[in-house]
Ligand binder design. Structure first.
Ligand code: AGP
Length: 612
């Protein structure tokens, strides 16, 4: 994932400090880096593809000076990891670095192009620089130029910005991607997280959603999204760098839930070219799956990764018309499945890329002569090294044992593959591809909106924490989401939970429903909603305590039957399962916190199950 650093001081050149901070962000993964500084009203920029050592070598040969600067480590998403695509990006006096996805950058780019702006790259980031530049040319002061630009952006972003001629100022903004202010000695800093600024300070201000700021060496001005000046608390980040990585979150799991706008943006950016609104799978030539030749699909994984595969089964069959069998790895390999001789592809999903059962199933499929692909979060893992095609999730290191950001990144990667497969098999037209890629591009922003449900969920968790059994229900692609919700609750709160296909209730499970049984029903308003509503009424009639996860339209239709309504943002039904994952993750998290269990390292569990 990308990393951001900015430093505005009074005395020392910041070049070395910028690179030192980028080195602390290396754990996030990257493939190019760059810095820019301001000195004597001039901007100096140095960028290099590859590792930081290449940037260091460039700076040794062509040093930059100045007490104000920004830096960035980039993980290539749309656009290869070249120097041209490396941040910082510029337009006239504006130089900036960016994390996230700007969904409407194409329209902005066309508008600015008509105004005479010439673009060097295809990136959404460069468009932001031109937009601020445009506002400066219209006579606005830097802070107004930034505020006006932010009001035009749709999507998730974290920004650090230099304005030539303002040698003692850095501007920043965050929406959907984290950004912190570091309060140093005679200097102010901006960073992707507390770890980035940890070498220079332990006094940190966590900017909130929509905040933007103006930093000078001895002052920080913070503004809310509506432009009103606000104060944010200063946090003293205690202890080791590991503690800093948690930032102001209580647990890694909470931090990783909050990272999902950024991590889904990163992953989607590797599969969707937002400029052309097309799906462009990662890899080159022979390492790209020829979907037109695929006659059937095996999807194999364990645990949460398996549930991602179960959601993808709906997408591949409904969109691409490919027969799919999703399987639990530990069952698959001993079932001795009759695998198709021709046109078979097996996709293995694994956050760690080291799960023994999944690895064994992979080897079984290779022996059977199938083509193999892996949706993995660790590109150097055993599973990644063993397959024909790698489909990376760019979620960054996932520390919490309960998988959250890896799960939504897996769903994003699989959703993009389903669009690519449908397109290759001529099952969707160009308009549908545009519509589906735009829906996928809206996910980071919608996740950011869904996270706002947290206060309602904290209330729900107080009652859930006293339950001994919880049922999860869902239909269609939300059935695997119900299964995932039950797994999340079980594995971190130790409360027994079970997921069911809502239509299956009357075939037995409804006997479990009593006056006090809590039921989490995942049902956005889609073509199955009327059926789900009948199931909901069946349960309500027996006194079930229902918490309905739906969008506004669904909650309206449900009337007073649900005891609690959790409203997720309205979205294209195609991406609704990805959105629904957010509240079920937060339900499990806050219930576990209420119970006082070890959220990040639950009993009996390991982050990667490397034994059978
Ligand atoms: C997820 O919350 C669990 N910790 C577990 O089910 C996990 O998804 C499973 O063990 C698979 O791990 P992997 O994705 O690393 O292969």
């Amino acid at each position: 994932m990308c990393g951001i650093i900015g430093i505005v001081g009074q005395h020392d050149d910041v070049s070395d400090k910028l690179v030192e901070a980028l080195a602390r962000l290396e754990y996030r993964g990257y493939d190019s880096a760059g810095i820019a500084t301001l000195q004597d009203q001039q901007t100096d920029r140095r960028r290099a593809a590859g590792k930081l050592s290449n940037l260091r070598a460039l700076l040794a040969a062509e040093p930059v000076n100045g007490t104000c600067g920004i830096g960035h480590t980039r993980w290539a998403t749309h656009g290869p990891p070249t120097t041209t695509n490396a941040h910082p990006h510029q337009s006239g006096p504006v130089t900036l670095v960016h994390n996230g996805i700007i969904e409407n950058f194409r329209e902005l780019r066309a508008e600015l192009g008509q105004g005479g702006h010439v673009f060097e790259t295809d990136t959404d980031t460069e468009t932001i620089a031109h937009l601020i530049h445009h506002n400066l040319k219209a006579g606005h002061q830097p802070s107004e130029a930034l505020a006006l630009a932010l009001g035009r952006l749709k999507g998730a972003f974290a920004l650090a910005i230099l304005i030539e001629g303002q040698d003692d100022m850095i501007m920043g903004a965050r929406k959907g991607s984290p950004l912190v202010i570091g309060i140093g000695n005679d200097e102010m800093l901006l960073g992707s997280d507390a770890l980035a600024v940890a070498p220079f300070t332990n006094r940190v201000i966590y900017l909130e959603e929509g905040d933007w700021c103006i930093l000078r060496p001895d002052a920080s001005e913070i503004y809310a999204e509506d432009g009103t000046a606000v104060e944010r608390p200063v946090t003293i980040v205690q202890g080791s760098a590991a503690a800093a990585e948690k930032g102001n979150y209580r647990h890694f799991m909470q931090k990783e839930i909050y990272e999902q706008p950024e991590t889904t943006a990163r992953t989607i950016g590797a599969y969707v070219d937002a400029l052309t609104q097309t799906v462009t799978l990662p890899g080159q030539n022979e390492t790209i799956i020829d979907w037109a030749s695929i006659q059937n699909l095996q999807i194999i994984a364990c645990g949460t990764a398996y549930y991602a595969g179960c959601v993808a089964e709906y997408w591949f069959e409904q969109l691409a018309g490919i027969p799919v069998k999703s399987d639990i790895a530990s069952e698959f390999r001993y079932r001795e499945p009759a695998l198709p001789a021709q046109g078979g592809l097996a996709i293995f999903i694994s956050q760690s890329g080291e799960t023994a059962d999944t690895l064994a199933a992979l080897r079984y499929c290779k022996q059977a002569g199938l083509k193999t692909a892996a949706v993995v979060n660790v590109a150097t893992s055993s599973i990644a090294r063993d397959v024909d095609f790698i489909l990376p999730t760019l979620a960054g290191p996932e520390i919490g044992v309960a998988s959250t950001k890896a799960f939504t990144a897996q769903l994003c990667a699989l959703a993009a593959c389903a669009i690519a497969a449908a397109k290759a098999r001529l099952r969707i037209d160009r308009d549908t591809e545009v519509s589906l890629t735009n829906a996928l591009n809206s996910v980071p922003r919608l996740i950011s909106d869904a996270i706002a449900l947290e206060d309602d969920i904290i209330e729900l968790s107080k009652s859930l924490s006293k339950a001994s059994d919880v049922l999860y229900l869902g239909r269609g692609p939300h059935y695997p989401i119900a299964l995932e919700g039950a797994l999340k609750l079980k594995e971190i709160s130790y409360i027994h939970a079970e997921g069911f296909a809502a239509g299956e209730l009357k075939h037995g499970p409804i006997a479990l429903v009593e006056e006090t049984t809590p039921i989490i029903f995942v049902a956005p308003d889609d073509h199955l909603f009327e059926k789900s509503l009948s199931n909901l009424e069946e349960v309500a009639a027996r006194g079930g305590q229902i918490a309905l996860i739906s969008d506004h339209a669904g909650l309206e239709k449900a009337g007073d039957s649900p005891l609690l309504k959790l409203c997720i943002p309205a979205c294209d039904p195609f991406v609704a399962p990805i959105l629904a994952a957010i509240p079920i993750q937060m339900v499990a998290y806050h219930t576990a916190v209420e119970k006082g269990t070890d959220v990040d390292q639950p009993r009996n569990l390991a982050k990667s199950v490397t034994v059978e």
